[in-house]
Ligand binder design. Structure first.
Ligand SMILES: Nc1ncnc2c1ncn2[C@@H]1O[C@H](COP(=O)(O)OP(=O)(O)OP(=O)(O)O)[C@@H](O)[C@H]1O
Ligand SMILES: [Mg+2]
Length: 475
C-alpha cells in the first residue's frame, strides 16, 4: 500500500482517482489546488504525487518546483492536456517522474503509477547495512556476517562517500541492486534523485531514448520532446543495471558522459551539461564480452577501477541461517502469520543445497514453503520441495495439441462475435487460478493475495466478480 496525493482543481477527476486507487489498495489524499497540494506535502511526504498542470492560482509547475525543493526524490506524475505539454516537459526536465496526457486510459495510468511508485521506493526505501540479528526488521537490510559480506560492507563504506564510478559484479540474485542502493544512501547525493535503468529489460531501440531523451521529430513517433533519465537525475545518480548487456553504440555515449559530463538528446543539437554519479552492475563476464567485441575496452577499463564483487551464496554458506531467519520473519509478518521457524533438518537441507539462483532463490523457496505450510516449524521435506520446484515451471497445457480440448475451448470463446473474447478466456483462467490460491491458503485472502501478487482489494474484487464462495473466515 502506498500513499498517493492527487492534486487537481477538477473535483470529478479527484474522486474518480480516489475510487480507482483506493480499490488498488492505496491510501489516497486529495488537494484541489497547487497551494493545497504543497501544504499536503509539507504536512507529510506521500509516496507519489499525481498533479494537474493547469490550475488557477499556483499552477502544477510551480507547485512541483516547491515540492521538489522539499523532497527531490518524491516521484511526481504530471497530468496535462494535449497542447499544453510544454509545461509538463519542463517539469520532467526539472525532475518530475513523467507526464500523462488527458484524457487517459486507466490501465496506462495504473501502469505509470506503479512504475513511479517503484522508482520512489528504489530511491527512498532504506537499506540497512547489517544490524544485529533481529534489529533489521523495519527496513530492508543487507544480511550476512561472512568474511566475504563484511568485505562488501567495508567496500560500500569506502566508495560511498566518493563520487567514484562503481561497478558491482556478482551472479544473478546475489544482491547487486541492494548494494547499489546502499552505496547511494551512504553517499552525499542520497537526498537527490536516483534513477534505475535496466539495460536488459528495455529493448535496445528504447534504451537510448530512455537514457538520453529525444527532441521532437528525432524519429517517427517522436511527437514531443522527451527528457531522459540521465537528465532527470541531474545532481543525483543513475544505476545502470546489467551494463554488460548495453549495446555498443550506447556504451560510447556513456563513455562520453563519464569523460565530459555532457549528453545530447536524440535528434538534438544542444549539448547538455549533467552532473550524475554512475553506479553500474552486471552478472556478465565482461572480459569475455570485451574479447568478443561486444563490450568496449575503453569503457571496461574505466568501469573496472572501482569494482565491488559479491560472491555467490554457495561460497558463503555460513550466511544461510541468518538469511533464512531474516526472510522467514519478514514473510511471516507480511502474511500476518506467526513465524513457524525451521527445524534442524530444514536448515541442514538449506545448507546442503548449492543455490544457483543465490539469495533470490533462497528467499523465493522460503516464501513458497511458508505459503504452503500448515502450522508447525518448517521441516526438511517442506523446504526441499520448495527448492526443487522454485524455478517456475512452464504451463503444462502449453504447447497445447492442435486438436485438444483446450484449443476447442479457446475457439469457442473466440466464436462469440461482439463480445470481448480475450477477457472471457482470461476470466475463466483467472477464476481457476484464484480458486487454487484460495484452496492452498485455506481461504485466507491476505495470504492468497500475497501468493498471487495481487493487492488484497484487487483479489476481493475478483472473488466477487467470479462469484467464488469461500469458507467463512476472518482474514
Ligand atoms: N545479503 C542480502 N541480505 C538480504 N537480502 C538480500 C541479500 N542479497 C540479496 N537479497 C535479496 O535477494 C533478492 C535479489 O537481490 P538483488 O535484486 O539485489 O540481486 P541482483 O544481484 O541484482 O540480481 P540480478 O542479477 O538477477 O538482477 C532481493 O529480494 C534482495 O532483497
Ligand atoms: Mg539486479
Amino acid at each position: 500500500m502506498a500513499e498517493i496525493l492527487i492534486v487537481d482543481d477538477d473535483g470529478q477527476l479527484r474522486s474518480s482517482f480516489e475510487k480507482l486507487l483506493t480499490a488498488e489498495g492505496h491510501l489516497v489524499r486529495t488537494a484541489s489546488s497547487g497551494e493545497a497540494g504543497l501544504e499536503a506535502v509539507q504536512e507529510r511526504i506521500p509516496d507519489l504525487v499525481v498533479m494537474d498542470v493547469r490550475m488557477p492560482g499556483m499552477d502544477g509547475l510551480e507547485a512541483f518546483e516547491a515540492m521538489h525543493r522539499i523532497e527531490p526524490r518524491l516521484p511526481v506524475v504530471i497530468m496535462t492536456a494535449y497542447g499544453s505539454t510544454d509545461t509538463a516537459i519542463k517539469a520532467t526536465k526539472l525532475g518530475a517522474y513523467d507526464y500523462i496526457l488527458k484524457p487517459f486510459d486507466i490501465p496506462d495510468v495504473l501502469e505509470l503509477i506503479s512504475q513511479a511508485l517503484e522508482a520512489g521506493r528504489f530511491m527512498r526505501a532504506k537499506v540497512a547495512l547489517t544490524a544485529a540479528p533481529g534489529e533489521e526488521d523495519d527496513s530492508e537490510a543487507l544480511i550476512g556476517q561472512s568474511r566475504a559480506m563484511n568485505e562488501v560492507y567495508k567496500s560500500i563504506g569506502r566508495v560511498a562517500g566518493t563520487d567514484a564510478l562503481v561497478l558491482i559484479r556478482g551472479e544473478s540474485g546475489t544482491g547487486k541492486e541492494l548494494v547499489a542502493r546502499a552505496i547511494f544512501q551512504h553517499s552525499q547525493r542520497s537526498k537527490r534523485p536516483f534513477m534505475i535503468i535496466n539495460c536488459v529489460a528495455i529493448p535496445d531501440t528504447l534504451l537510448e531514448s530512455e537514457l538520453f531523451g529525444y527532441e521532437k521529430g528525432a524519429f517517427t513517433g517522436a511527437t514531443q520532446r522527451r527528457i531522459g533519465k540521465i537528465e532527470q537525475a541531474n545532481h543525483g545518480a543513475v544505476f545502470l543495471d546489467e551494463i554488460g548487456d548495453m549495446p555498443v553504440n550506447i556504451q560510447a555515449k556513456i563513455l562520453r558522459l563519464l569523460q565530459e559530463k555532457k549528453i545530447e538528446r536524440l535528434g538534438g543539437r544542444e549539448t547538455i551539461d549533467v552532473d550524475v554519479r554512475i553506479i553500474a552492475a552486471t552478472n556478465r563476464d565482461l572480459e569475455a564480452a570485451v574479447a568478443e567485441g561486444a563490450f568496449r575496452e575503453d569503457l571496461y577499463y574505466r568501469l573496472k577501477v572501482v569494482t565491488l564483487t559479491i560472491p555467490p551464496l554457495r561460497d558463503r554458506k555460513e550466511d544461510i541461517p541468518q538469511l533464512a531467519n531474516y526472510f522467514l520473519r519478514r514473510f511471516a509478518r507480511d502474511m500476518d502469520m506467526d513465524n513457524p521457524g525451521l527445524t534442524k533438518e530444514a536448515l541442514e537441507a538449506l545448507m546442503e543445497y548449492n543455490w544457483p539462483g543465490n539469495v533470490r532463490e533462497l528467499a523465493n523457496a522460503l516464501q513458497k514453503t511458508l505459503v504452503f505450510s500448515r502450522g508447525g516449524a518448517l521441516g526438511g521435506p517442506d523446504v526441499l520441495k520448495a527448492v526443487g520446484d522454485s524455478k517456475n515451471g512452464s504451463c503444462p497445457l502449453a504447447p497445447y495439441s492442435p486438436d485438444g480440448p483446450l484449443r476447442d475451448w479457446v475457439r469457442s470463446c473466440l466464436a462469440a462475435p461482439g463480445d470481448s473474447a480475450f477477457d472471457t478466456c482470461m476470466d475463466q483462467i483467472g477464476r481457476l487460478v484464484i480458486r487454487e490460491a484460495l484452496e492452498i491458503t485455506d481461504g485466507n485472502r491476505t495470504r492468497a493475495a500475497k501468493l498471487l501478487g495481487l493487492s488484497r482489494p484487487t483479489l476481493l474484487a475478483k472473488i466477487e466478480k467470479y462469484g467464488l464462495r469461500i469458507k467463512a473466515q476472518i482474514s
